[in-house]
Design a protein around this ligand. Structure first.
Ligand code: NM2
Length: 545
């Protein structure tokens, strides 16, 4: 997440409705959500930090439990979300405008799409795009022989699959009911419980709503924890390489401390604008590095690899989506597809709140196309170029990336790959900057969203209290320390997989709530002119038929 999500839009947008000034308790902490979430999270991270050895056993058990019993559910959810959204986009509801009759889109189409993309990606793409195909090349799916040509082709295709339609569908799903609740149903509140009130009704204000928001809080904390757990070792390694310092736990902590200082300062002094500018610069920097690798690297191989992956992915989309290997014992789908789906699910509420905020005046169809098509295309470019570059190093024998990966993990592999590029020191330095800013903006927006979700009845245009945001900032950093302390990919993956599991029913409730609202409002469309399909003249729609 590179964008300072909600504040960005609230800063530039005009409010739909002003908060009622008379309501004093609005920015008070909602202790019902805040306290249990904080206690559970602290209760999990403190023992892990103190006793990492027993933490490891717990992580393995949690991973086995969630993927072993419910792996299929993540896959089924992913496939269903894609089918649902494509169906919704092309149904009559696709034309429903997220806004009132006077609402026109706040941003140009290009900036809107760019914001959606930049808001959805972050540090994860800039490290996974290099190494993910290598993981698959050495441990391919479908009983393909490791290291074979077929493995190489599947490796590229799976990278595209894990960063394509299904992930963006997960991101898109909550955005629609949230935007619908904000702009069509005119409900104040930036919590997902509010967007679920189509199903929960009054219960959305009671314990059901609290439970749902708590699930969202855990989801965000776990998902961001995964980002931190991956990012800190990567940046310390690259920084260590550049400055000639050996990677160590202390260096990791130092890097984490700098990050925490940056984003606490941003939270405290309200540097939202500054972070937003940095985030924009960052996207340009990422594109520049991408273009540089494309030109410096095997461009034709990258293009052919991408086209081939697209074909493989499209022709095998259903199989890849639902492959649970019930007879064989491959763990590929649990280790990768389930992990990725979980990670995108964990971020989905945060992304939903952000995208809803910037999408007033857009139709449901426009929103689905922007996320599914342009979101995927954006990620595909990263995977085609950086993934293609790394795979070419491997298959051409220029660099044994697989060996670097198994010796030094993702940080070791990324560092070795960057060293093969021309001007590698400059590239590594820019890459470190890229990682720093990407993660700072993700942390900043997550502290902001978490604070909003744990604040009572905040209108979409109010800022949550600084103290609450800071508490979340520190808790997230704590999760980061715990995951680094545990070490290894499994711990980082488990954090996300576990928190995403209860998010699946939440996504279902949100979808159900949306469908209910759409059906009710569509039946009344003659009375609510802003809900009508796009017709030539708004005046025609106002007339009852
Ligand atoms: N996703 C895209 O760390 C990050 O880059 C945030 C992660 C969900 C895998 C987004």
């Amino acid at each position: 997440m590179s964008s300072s999500a909600p504040k960005t839009a609230s800063g530039s947008g005009s409010p739909t409705r002003e908060p009622r000034a008379s309501h004093k308790a609005r920015d008070e902490i909602d202790w019902r959500v805040f306290l249990p979430s904080v206690l559970v999270i602290a209760g999990l991270i403190i023992p892990i930090i103190l006793f990492p050895e027993s933490g490891e056993a717990a992580v393995n058990a949690a991973f086995a439990f969630a993927t072993g019993n419910f792996g299929w559910l993540y896959l089924l959810a992913g496939f269903s979300v894609v089918v649902f959204l494509i169906g919704l986009a092309f149904s009559r509801y696709g034309n429903v405008r997220l806004g009132g009759p006077q609402d026109t889109p706040e941003f140009s189409y290009f900036s809107w799409v760019a914001m959606i993309f930049a808001g959805g990606i972050g540090i994860a793409i800039v490290n996974w795009a290099w190494v993910e195909p290598i993981y698959y090349f050495t441990g391919p799916p479908f009983d393909v022989k490791a290291g074979s040509d077929a493995a190489a082709e599947w490796a590229l295709a799976y990278g595209q699959f894990h960063w394509g339609l299904t992930p963006w569908a997960f991101y898109c799903l909550p955005a629609i009911p949230i935007a619908y609740s904000m702009y069509v149903r005119n409900r104040p509140g930036v919590r997902l419980s509010v967007a679920s009130s189509g199903v929960l009704g009054k219960r959305a204000d009671g314990w059901w709503g609290v439970l749902l928001d708590a699930v969202v809080v855990f989801g965000i904390v776990g998902g961001v924890g995964t980002s931190l757990g991956l990012a800190v070792p990567l940046v310390s390694r690259l920084l260590g390489d550049l400055l000639g310092i050996e990677p160590s736990f202390a260096l990791n902590l130092g890097v984490l401390l700098i990050w925490t200082a940056i984003f606490s300062a941003s939270v405290w002094f309200g540097l939202a604008k500054g972070i937003k500018i940095l985030s924009d610069i960052n996207v340009i920097l990422a594109i520049a590095l991408l273009a540089f690798t494309f030109i410096a690297g095997p461009s034709l191989f990258m293009v052919e690899g991408w086209v081939n992956s697209l074909g493989t992915m499209l022709s095998s989309f259903v199989t890849m989506s639902l492959w649970t290997d019930p007879v064989g014992d491959s763990t590929f789908w649990k280790d990768w597809t389930v992990f990725y789906w979980a990670w995108w699910i964990a971020y989905a509420p945060m992304m939903g709140l952000f995208v809803a905020r910037i999408s007033r005046g857009r139709t449901i169809r426009e929103l689905i196309i922007a996320e599914l098509v342009f979101g995927s295309l954006g990620c595909w470019v990263f995977f085609a170029v950086w993934g293609g570059y790394a795979l070419d190093l491997q298959v051409s024998g220029t660099l044994d990336v697989a060996a670097a990966l198994s010796d030094g993990g993702i940080p070791g592999a990324v560092s070795a790959i960057l060293a093969t590029l021309p001007f590698s020191e400059l590239i590594t330095a820019s890459f470190i900057l890229l990682c720093f800013i990407f993660l700072a903006t993700t942390l900043d927006s997550s502290a902001y969203v978490l604070a909003s979700v744990t604040t009572r009845e905040l209108s979409g245009y109010q800022e949550p209290k600084r103290s609450v945001r800071l508490t979340w900032a520190f808790l997230i950093a704590g999760v980061g320390v715990a995951l680094i302390q545990l070490g290894g990919l499994k711990a980082v993956q488990t954090s996300t997989i576990v928190v995403a599991l209860p998010m699946i029913p939440v996504l279902f409730i949100l979808t159900w709530s949306l469908v209910r609202w759409l059906r009710q409002d569509f039946a009344r469309k003659v009375l609510e002119p802003h809900l009508v399909l796009e017709t030539p003249s708004p005046r025609d729609d106002a007339k009852p038929r």
